[in-house]
Design a protein around this ligand. Structure first.
Ligand SMILES: Nc1ncnc2c1ncn2[C@@H]1O[C@H](COP(=O)(O)OP(=O)(O)O)[C@@H](O)[C@H]1O
Ligand SMILES: [Mg+2]
Length: 161
């Protein structure tokens, strides 16, 4: 799929998309989440992690900037790392924390506020845009690599049916 858009009328729809995305995950995938405060980036990530099998809380890593989770993917343990770069103060902070090494062939990285990570943040395989629209959210998914295309090809989600 080259491009995917949907209207998410309520938080349940966001959660359903998170669950649908969880089924498309592959090691090495990098997902950027774009959108203003309250757009639903953390809500989407939380649903994705729970659907991927994480039991327990998923908090916004606002102060720690990153939070790792371990999930099982096709019977293998995979680390999903949730970043929130809103409070990142400099590229050095990202590099000194060793975040660049987290972006490898094994891990899955989900990044809120990727704009704040420039220019040291590695590029994404999938861009997700969330926008407030009426009472719900508009969502747009854009593949940016072969891996991203494979991921979106596996996506099955039909919120409005
Ligand atoms: N599709 C939706 N329609 C309406 N409200 C939503 C939808 N998805 C999520 N929300 C709500 O919007 C807020 C999103 O918060 P959060 O996920 O923390 O945003 P962000 O991480 O983008 O700052 C939550 O209060 C959540 O309940
Ligand atoms: Mg957030």
């Amino acid at each position: 799929m080259q491009h995917f858009t949907a209207y998410l009328p309520d938080e349940d729809a966001t959660a359903a998309l998170g669950a649908a995305l969880a089924r498309t995950l592959a090691p090495g995938l990098v997902i950027y989440l774009h959108g203003d405060l309250g757009a639903g980036k953390t809500a989407l990530t939380r649903a994705l992690l729970h659907a991927a099998g994480h039991v327990g809380k998923v908090k916004s890593p606002t102060y720690t900037l990153s939070e790792p989770y371990q999930v099982m993917l096709a019977g293998r343990p995979v680390q999903v790392i949730h970043f929130d770069l809103y409070r990142m103060s400099s590229p050095e902070e990202f590099l000194d924390a060793g975040f660049r090494e987290d972006f490898n062939q094994e891990n899955i990285c989900i990044v809120e506020w990727p704009e704040k990570g420039e220019p040291v943040l590695p590029p994404p395989d999938v861009n997700v845009f969330l926008r407030v629209s009426g009472r719900g959210r508009e969502v747009e998914l854009q593949p940016l690599s072969q891996l991203g295309l494979l991921c979106l090809d596996r996506l099955t989600f039909a919120p409005n049916l």
